[in-house]
Ligand binder design. Structure first.
Ligand code: UD1
Length: 358
């Protein structure tokens, strides 16, 4: 069996790493090619993940780079179709909900290659997110679907998929987190600021709805700083957000805007923080497993289990909501949370076993 493993952005590398490791450690007969679309191309967002997560270099890089949603989608489709014309695999496996995953899934399906979706069946019901459109498109054409929760499986079964197509296997992102937890390492900023455990916040923001409007972004950041009781707020900044904040000067001495961190350094910082404040989806899952309080600055989530079971709370995008959330945290009233079923580090092995039987 031959399979294309598609990656393009930071979260994809983390999820695919689990599958690549499982393929090796189980001595699987499945042959694979890693296809990198090039959606993320900066070293800190791409190459450093391959190095740290011990994934071999991509077999093919489509090098599409930046562009609008349509430009990226089109460029990936054209480039991947060429690859498929030269050599067709039996399956195209995509993870998550980014543009690269959707563009390759659609191209593969139209080239009569079966599509596998890992992290299927989750929905925010927020159609303003490009990721929601991508999820719906990928799930609708996928032949085999692997889910992170029983609820996602149930959703797919109620929406036209059959029992022999959908498998509840757990979370590949958590496989990688658990595998590399003992290798997390202090970034330079730790010593530079003499940071201490549970004595600083980590902030990440990159969703267009939060960062593309400068005025509301500034308000949100200001409100966080005003309520952080003087603890440092470390903000590893995504290129999208960096472009917007380029000209802005904040007057807060406790805000530290730094370059994106590598995987091992970022998770070291999360694991030792007082709390993480984020608009990412994947980070809410990692925070849940690390047992770190997580504020999600979004109005919806496609990962409700991080709230009902984990340490995450949906704070929303209204800056007014920051103060009560901070008070709850500082008063020691944040929930402890536990870990969702099958988020146990063995998801990659489960997926490979099922793939071998397809
Ligand atoms: C993408 C995903 C998002 C994911 C995020 C992780 C989609 C629709 N969105 O969002 O789901 O959470 O990745 O980071 O696929 N840029 C660089 N260097 C890079 C890559 C991008 O400077 O290596 C710049 C681009 O020029 C662009 C901006 O960052 O201006 C956004 O990049 P893009 O890949 O389009 O989307 P993300 O916001 O990263």
């Amino acid at each position: 069996m031959k399979i294309d493993l598609i990656v393009g952005t930071r979260p994809n590398f983390v999820k695919i790493a689990s599958l690549v490791h499982s393929l090796h450690f189980t001595n699987s007969p499945i042959k694979y090619r890693i296809i990198h679309t090039g959606q993320h191309y900066d070293d800190q967002l791409s190459q450093s993940f391959f190095d740290q997560l011990e994934i071999s270099k991509p077999d093919i890089n489509l090098k599409v780079g930046s562009g609008s949603q349509a430009e990226q989608t089109a460029a990936i489709m054209v480039a991947y179709e060429k690859i498929l014309k030269e050599k067709k695999p039996d399956f195209c496996l995509v993870v998550g909900d980014v543009t690269s995953s959707m563009a390759c899934a659609v191209t593969a399906k139209k080239s009569l290659v079966k599509v596998i979706h890992v992290e299927a069946g989750i929905r925010s019901m927020d159609w303003e997110m490009p990721e929601e459109v991508n999820r719906v498109l990928i799930d609708s054409i996928a032949d085999s679907l692997f889910t992170t929760t029983p609820e996602a499986t149930q959703f797919l079964l109620e929406n036209g998929k059959t029992k022999n197509q959908v498998f509840f296997v757990g979370n590949t992102m958590i496989d990688t987190l658990l595998k590399f937890q003992s290798k997390f390492r202090q970034p330079e900023i730790w010593n530079h600021l003499a940071l201490k455990k549970s004595n600083y916040f980590i902030l990440t923001l990159h969703r267009p709805s939060n960062v593309d409007e400068l005025k509301s972004l500034k308000l949100l950041i200001s409100e966080i700083l005003k309520n952080a009781q003087g603890l440092p707020v470390i903000f590893p900044i995504h290129p999208r957000t960096a472009k917007i904040l380029k000209e802005v000067k904040f007057s807060f001495s406790d805000l530290y805007i730094i370059e994106p961190l590598s995987y091992l350094e970022f998770n070291y910082m999360v694991a030792n923080s007082k709390a993480i404040i984020t608009d990412s989806g994947g980070i809410t899952e990692e925070a849940t497993v690390l047992g770190i309080p997580c504020f999600t600055l979004r109005n919806t989530t496609e990962r409700p289990e991080t709230i009902t079971i984990g340490t995450n709370e949906l704070i929303g995008t209204n800056p007014k909501n920051i103060k009560p959330a901070m008070e709850k945290l500082f008063d020691g009233n944040w929930k402890k949370g536990s870990i969702p079923a099958k988020w146990d580090g063995k998801t990659g092995d489960r997926i490979i076993k099922i793939l071998e039987g397809l």
